[in-house]
Ligand binder design. Structure first.
Ligand SMILES: NC(=O)c1ccc[n+]([C@@H]2O[C@H](COP(=O)([O-])OP(=O)(O)OC[C@H]3O[C@@H](n4cnc5c(N)ncnc54)[C@H](OP(=O)(O)O)[C@@H]3O)[C@@H](O)[C@H]2O)c1
Length: 338
């Protein structure tokens, strides 16, 4: 487990309940290092200390697969992924950019792809997007005769996750600070941009034009974050919305509107899609438990990532997720692990 945060804690329980043998855990914060991962995850002692030295954990434990959840974007995690594959470990990360990094960070993705192939390892990005935004939507698109436009809208509560998301959603900034970060040349890609590129790949369409609009979500009254135990005063940025539009050479236009911010009472996560064409098609997942489904998808992908060919293999190249009723190792191709 690379990253002992909100997501790592839940995935630890899910893995132990599917007989995955956890052999190591990595984090940085001195308040976590030295603690037992099971105790950190509140499932009781499992005999896996959280350690700060990633190289040491990977070299001594030689994991078959690393579940990675530290930061969101490839430039931040390149070194961490490199370290994993150099030790021959497959990686399933929930870094959002890793869902489909080929248009946003092509050079880093290509470097990691080559390195993974050299070491016989696979890197895959999974998490909430895998089924809810990619595979469910591509399955629905597969029932159309003609597609004119695709419009998706998703919201999620940034307060259900850890400090990393709070920071990357610009929570706590003033409007001026937010505008400065958003206008900066180093602004990271939107999750929606990566998703639309993945959907284009999954449908065999060719992107020709992109547009992104980002706007802050501002607290209309004081808003408390349980995740970091802070109350943000009225007027403070509590997250943001982005709208990505992708036009394709073949005609269909894809739009995805995503809002991640600290919810007030009565708000819930949603995921809705409208496809115009022949026929018109709709997808509505009702109240979406994104916090849990991030980790269930991440863990259920373990055998697929071990079974996949070496390289940076994005989930559009993998089968749709499957329910795992049996111990996780029973889904691994016999003889694939040395
Ligand atoms: N794809 C999805 O569906 C999805 C959903 C939720 C979250 N995510 C992403 O997953 C990541 C983790 O989310 P979270 O809510 O679990 O965050 P979190 O609670 O803040 O935990 C992040 C963990 O990563 C560790 N970490 C961060 N940078 C590190 C580094 N350079 N080296 C070693 N360890 C490092 C942190 O260590 P310390 O605490 O010791 O500093 C912490 O243990 C975020 O990037 C988030 O955006 C993706």
């Amino acid at each position: 487990m690379y990253g002992a945060g909100a997501m790592g804690a839940l995935a630890t329980r899910l893995m132990t309940e599917k007989d995955v043998e956890i052999v190591g855990a990595i984090a940085r914060n001195p308040s976590k290092v030295g603690r037992d991962l099971g105790e950190f995850a509140e499932i009781g002692y499992i005999g896996v200390p959280i350690e700060a030295d990633a190289e040491h954990v990977l070299a001594t434990q030689r994991p078959d697969v690393v579940l990675h959840a530290t930061q969101s974007f490839l430039p931040e995690i390149q070194e961490q992924l490199t370290l994993c594959v150099r030790h021959g470990a497959n990686v399933v990360t929930i870094s959002e950019e890793s869902l489909y990094p080929w248009s946003s960070s092509p050079a880093i993705a290509a470097e990691l792809d080559a390195l993974a192939k050299q070491h016989g390892a696979t890197i895959t990005g999974s998490g909430h997007q895998d089924s809810f935004w990619l595979h469910q939507v591509s399955a629905l698109l597969g029932t159309a005769h003609r597609i004119d436009s695709v419009y998706g809208k998703a919201t999620w509560n940034a307060d259900e996750y850890g400090a990393e998301i709070i920071q990357s959603k610009h929570v706590g900034e003033t409007l001026e600070q937010f505008q400065e970060s958003i206008n900066s040349e180093s602004r990271p890609p939107t999750f929606g941009g990566n998703l639309l590129a993945a959907l284009a790949q999954a449908t065999g369409l060719t992107p020709k034009e992109w547009k992104t609009e980002i706007s802050p979500v501002v607290a209309e009254e004081d808003r408390h974050s349980n995740s970091i135990g802070t109350t943000f005063s009225k007027g403070t940025v509590i997250g943001y919305s982005d709208i990505d539009v992708m036009r394709t050479v073949e005609g269909p236009t894809f739009t995805f509107e995503m809002s991640g911010y600290i919810f007030g009472s009565g708000e819930s996560d949603m995921n809705q899609w409208v496809i115009k064409g022949e026929p018109d098609l709709f997808l509505d997942n009702g109240v979406v438990p994104s916090y849990t489904t991030t980790c269930t998808q991440w863990v259920n992908r373990i055998p697929d990532v071990i079974n996949a060919p070496a390289g940076f293999v994005t989930p559009d190249q993998l089968p749709p997720l499957r329910y795992r009723s049996m111990p996780m190792h029973s889904y691994v191709t016999p003889g694939i692990l040395t």
